[in-house]
Design a protein around this ligand. Structure first.
Ligand code: TXA
Ligand code: MG
Length: 285
């Protein structure tokens, strides 16, 4: 089943049941080495599943519920399927903010693993309709369009330094402020988050970035004041742009254009996550 969160729609399964988790990988066509996020209704539930340092706890208390995922070592009594951790000794945890997601988590009474509800390598869904177009499911909870519109920021507390594994809906600066420290960059290795695979968020059309004027036959995705039909934010607001990003890429891609030209997005706040997504979407496949 799929359900809304404030970031993107998730494809959910009982995190404690291996076969349910396996079905998620199958539905996604996802490589087995990409671990999943376990969603819980409050921070205390997360603290029972993972080993939280003082700093990790502080971050959880500052930003949960919200678009933040925290990766910590699994506790011995952790009930989440190891398949969800892709065999790793660590676990990604998140308390989402969306009321429908929280209602679901409280009703189920178990952690729910949920990757974004898109086939691997496709644009993440930000409406129930996107999910319906992608996947044949028995149930999709419709909670309206996602307000944040990009996936959660992923921070790991496995090394000495908190590490930024994926840019996302919570800006880097807010996290660094809360922790009073600079976030480390991940080391190269097999634990890399799939958000770090070069071509991951890909529409079918070719993408051209930082375009001032689109070429003949290209669909333009504007940012800031402009006459163009598709505009991430006419007022030049990066938070609004993040919320619109995947939906507009979906809409444009559905028209099967030869290519999509995207305006330059300022690299501040959520603009950093947007540019990260766009760069991957534009990477050669
Ligand atoms: O906003 C979101 O995070 C959405 C909604 C549904 O919550 N979910 C989502 O899940 O984006 P997914 O599976 O598409 O991305 C999960 C990210 C990946 O980058 C994955 O590698 C990372 O979290 N991750 C999960 N477990 C990890 C672990 N144990 N160590 C390192 N990274 C992990
Ligand atoms: Mg995803």
């Amino acid at each position: 089943m799929a359900f809304p969160t404030e970031t993107v729609y998730g494809l959910g399964a009982d995190a404690t049941q291996d076969h349910a988790v396996a079905k998620i990988y199958a539905a996604k066509g996802r490589p087995q080495f990409n671990p999943l996020i376990a969603h819980v209704p409050h921070a205390e539930a997360a603290f029972e599943l993972g080993e939280f340092s003082e700093a990790a706890k502080r971050l959880a208390e500052c930003f949960w519920p919200g678009p933040l995922t925290i990766v910590v070592p699994r506790r011995n009594q952790c009930t989440v399927s190891l398949l969800a951790s892709a065999g790793l000794p660590s676990l990604a945890l998140r308390v989402p903010q969306h009321e429908t997601a929280l209602d679901l988590l409280r009703a189920v009474g178990r952690p729910i693993v949920a990757p974004s509800a898109n086939p691997s390598g496709r644009i993440s869904p930000t409406t129930a309709d996107h999910v319906r177009q992608y996947l044949q499911l028995d149930m999709i909870l419709d909670g309206g369009p996602c307000t944040v519109g990009v996936e959660s920021t992923v921070i790991s507390f496995l090394d000495d330094m908190p590490t930024l594994l994926r840019l996302g809906g919570l800006a880097r600066a807010e996290i660094e402020d809360a922790l009073s420290t600079i976030l480390a960059e991940p080391r190269a290795g097999p634990l890399h988050a799939p958000g770090q695979l070069e071509s991951h968020y890909a529409p079918s059309a070719k993408l051209h970035l930082n375009v001032a004027e689109p070429a003949e036959g290209e669909v333009f995705l504007a940012f800031g004041p402009s006459q163009h039909r598709y505009n991430l934010s006419p007022t030049g607001n990066v938070v609004e742009a993040a919320a619109n990003l995947f939906r507009m890429l979906h809409e444009i891609d559905a028209k099967h254009p030869k290519s999509i030209a995207v305006a330059r997005i300022p690299n501040v706040g959520l603009g950093e996550a947007i540019n990260d997504r766009l760069k991957r979407a534009a990477a050669p496949r």
